[in-house]
Design a protein around this ligand. Structure first.
Ligand code: PXP
Length: 262
C-alpha cells in the first residue's frame, strides 16, 4: 500500500493534562485541578484525555487518575512506564487505553521512544495483561522501522510515533524528520500496526501530522495548556481541532453550494 492510498480522515485529538498538574504541584495546592481542566477540554470537543502517572508523581497523582476515570465521558488514555508498580496501578485504573513510555528520573519530559528490543520480554508480558484489563495498548516509539517491527512482534496493536525530533527542528532538518515519520507511519500500517503520534506538537507544526495518512490520534498537551492560559480552554481546544480538520476540497465546496446539484 503506497502512502497516498491510505484512508484520509482527521485524527482525533487527545489532550495531555499533565501540564495542569505540574502547575498545581509547583505549590502543592489543590488548584489548578487537572480533572476540572480535562472536563472543560472534553466539553470543548477533545476526543480523549491523556495523563502520565509517573513513578515520582511529579505531576499527575493517583487520585487524579481515579477521578478522571469516574468523571470523563470520553477516552482516558494512561501513559505508564514498564515499572512493576506503575503497571499494577494501570491494571486497576479502568483506563480505556495505555501508552507504554520510557521514564528517566532526571528528564523534564519523556525524552525518547521505548527501546522495544531491549524491553521485548517485559512488553510481551505486560501487553496481554493490560489488554486483559480492558485497555488498548500502544507503545511510544521513535519513527524507526526496526522498533516498529519489534512492537509488532510483541503484540502491540498500536504505536504512538514520537514527534519530538520533528517538532524541535526547523527548515530542511524538520523536512527530513517529517519524511522519517511518513516512512514509519506507512511501514507500521503495512505490518498491521495502528498509528497515533505526539510530543512537542503545537499550533504551528501540527499541520503535516494532521495530514499524515492513517494516523488515528494525536496526543498534544503543552501547547494547548499554554494557549489556554491566554484565551481559555474552550478556544485553545477549538483552535487546535480546526487545525486537525482537513480543508474541504474544491469539489466538496462546490457540491455544498446552493443549487450545485440541480
Ligand atoms: N505523547 C507522549 C507519550 C508524551 O509523553 C507526551 C508528553 O507528556 C505527549 C504525547 C504530549 O507532549 P506535549 O506535552 O509536548 O504536547
Amino acid at each position: 500500500m503506497g502512502v497516498s492510498d491510505r484512508p484520509m480522515s482527521s485524527p482525533r485529538l487527545h489532550i495531555n493534562v499533565d501540564h495542569v498538574a505540574t502547575l498545581r504541584q509547583a505549590r502543592r495546592e489543590e488548584f489548578p485541578d487537572p480533572v476540572q481542566w480535562a472536563l472543560a477540554a472534553e466539553k470543548a470537543g477533545a476526543h480523549g484525555i491523556t495523563c502520565h502517572l509517573r513513578k515520582d508523581r511529579r505531576h499527575i497523582q493517583d487520585k487524579d487518575v481515579r477521578l478522571l476515570r469516574t468523571e470523563l465521558k470520553s477516552i482516558l488514555n494512561l501513559e505508564l512506564s514498564l515499572n512493576g508498580e506503575m503497571v499494577e496501578l494501570g491494571l486497576v485504573s479502568g483506563a480505556d487505553a495505555f501508552c507504554l513510555v520510557p521514564e528517566l528520573r532526571k528528564e523534564l519530559t519523556t525524552e525518547g521512544g521505548l527501546d522495544c528490543k531491549h524491553e521485548q520480554q517485559r512488553l510481551a508480558d505486560v501487553i496481554p495483561a493490560l489488554t486483559e484489563a480492558g485497555g488498548i495498548v500502544s507503545l511510544f516509539v521513535d519513527p524507526d522501522c526496526h522498533q516498529l517491527d519489534v512492537a509488532r512482534t510483541v503484540g502491540a496493536p498500536f504505536v504512538e510515533l514520537h514527534t519530538g525530533s520533528y517538532a524541535n527542528q526547523t527548515g530542511a532538518a524538520r523536512e527530513r524528520e517529517l519524511q522519517r515519520l511518513l516512512t514509519a507511519a506507512a511501514h507500521a500500517q503495512d505490518i498491521g500496526l495502528k498509528v497515533n503520534a505526539g510530543h512537542g506538537l503545537d499550533y504551528e507544526n501540527v499541520g503535516p501530522m494532521a495530514g499524515m495518512p492513517g494516523v488515528q490520534e494525536l496526543n498534544i498537551g503543552f501547547a494547548i495548556v499554554a494557549r489556554a492560559l491566554l484565551v481559555g480552554v474552550e478556544q485553545a481546544v477549538q483552535e487546535m481541532l480546526r487545525l486537525l480538520t482537513p480543508a474541504p476540497t474544491t469539489s466538496a465546496v462546490a457540491e455544498a453550494l446552493p443549487g450545485a446539484r440541480s
